[in-house]
Design a protein around this ligand. Structure first.
Ligand SMILES: C[C@](O)(CO)[C@H](O)COP(=O)(O)OP(=O)(O)OC[C@H]1O[C@@H](n2ccc(N)nc2=O)[C@H](O)[C@@H]1O
Ligand SMILES: Nc1ncnc2c1ncn2[C@@H]1O[C@H](COP(=O)(O)OP(=O)(O)OP(=O)(O)O)[C@@H](O)[C@H]1O
Length: 276
């Protein structure tokens, strides 16, 4: 069985307070985008292990047992004693990009195992299991535009469609540590909630919709801020960093012509139409 976990972007990201446990409460909107990994499971007949992970595409740091698709398998295996599986993961979504690629893989693995082995888990239960694997993971179960608060794990649906807009996404060859990015933030409540801001026309977002991480990340990595400026120079209706970076996206009108821009040899670049 084959599935295609997709990435997300953050539309706005307000970090509102630091919690006693060291984490931060925030509000953001997760929006699915058509940048995808490929993930396949087949019955595993050789050896006496319960899983075997084969990886291709972009490299992922860390051991196989720390891969979130393996963690997802182990979680359900612990509850349902699943048959052994052979896992193939083709990595196309850049990691450490604020695109939630690892979280997407984990959530899609849960959904695929549920279907393949007829576990009968409801969407709510899958979300609960996904949340154990990472705060962002649960979003990818429904995979629809979502307003998130708490530590990014308390969801409500948001009525919004960017279908038809062109997305230009650039992830430069720069690593931003999410933990460090959080540690440099002075949390505050925005003047108006993102829930209201997102209902404004997309043309007004530039003025009101903010990713709080930009304030600390751009001075440290000016090349990331420069990508956002380039997006606006090229006519973006709205541009922002996603999550804690380092990727930056621009939303462009359906008929805009997006030129070739050199963002560096190792930069990941995607251009395409939003489909939801
Ligand atoms: C900022 C977002 O990209 C928004 O989409 C995500 O919430 C970040 O999620 P992530 O990359 O999966 O991050 P995690 O691996 O959960 O957390 C990394 C580190 O960031 C800090 N962290 C994370 C989430 C949060 N709400 N408050 C925090 O302070 C913690 O120090 C944590 O140890
Ligand atoms: N299947 C996976 N794909 C990518 N990274 C994985 C995976 N499993 C575990 N990881 C680990 O998770 C880390 C973060 O990866 P991810 O692709 O989710 O990045 P991110 O863009 O920072 O996500 P976020 O939007 O949640 O900040 C990687 O550095 C890697 O060590």
């Amino acid at each position: 069985m084959l599935t295609f976990p997709n990435a997300k972007i953050n539309l706005g990201l307000n970090i509102t307070e630091k919690r006693p446990d060291g984490y931060h409460n925030l509000e953001t909107i997760f929006y699915p985008i058509p940048v995808e990994d490929a993930l396949e499971i087949n019955p595993l007949s050789e050896g006496d292990g319960k899983y075997c992970l084969h990886q291709a595409g972009m490299e992922i740091a860390g051991e196989a047992e720390n891969n979130l698709v393996v963690k997802a398998y182990k979680l359900l295996d612990g509850l349902f004693d699943l048959p052994p599986v052979d896992i193939h993961l083709f990595k196309h979504i850049p990691s450490g990009a604020g695109l939630g690629g690892g979280s997407a893989d984990a959530a899609f693995m849960l959904k695929m195992l549920n279907e393949k082995f007829g576990l009968g888990l409801s969407t709510g239960t899958l979300e609960e299991y996904a949340a154990r694997l990472g705060a962002d993971c649960a979003f990818f179960i429904r995979n629809a535009p979502t307003y998130a608060e708490g530590i990014g794990n308390v969801f409500s649906p948001v009525s919004l469609s960017l279908k038809g807009y062109q997305l230009w996404l650039v992830k430069p060859d720069i690593f931003v540590s999410t933990r460090d990015a959080f540690s440099q933030i002075k949390p505050h409540r925005p003047e108006r909630s993102l829930k209201e801001t997102v209902q404004l026309p997309v043309e007004a977002w530039k003025e009101y919709m903010v990713n709080d991480f930009e304030k600390s990340v751009f001075p440290q990595f000016p090349a990331i801020g420069a990508i956002k400026e380039e997006m606006y120079r090229q006519g973006a209706v709205y541009a922002s960093m996603s999550g804690s970076g380092s990727s930056v996206y621009g939303l462009f009108a359906a008929d805009a012509v997006l030129p070739d821009v050199d963002f560096g040899e190792k930069a990941f670049v995607y251009k395409g139409k939003l489909t939801v």
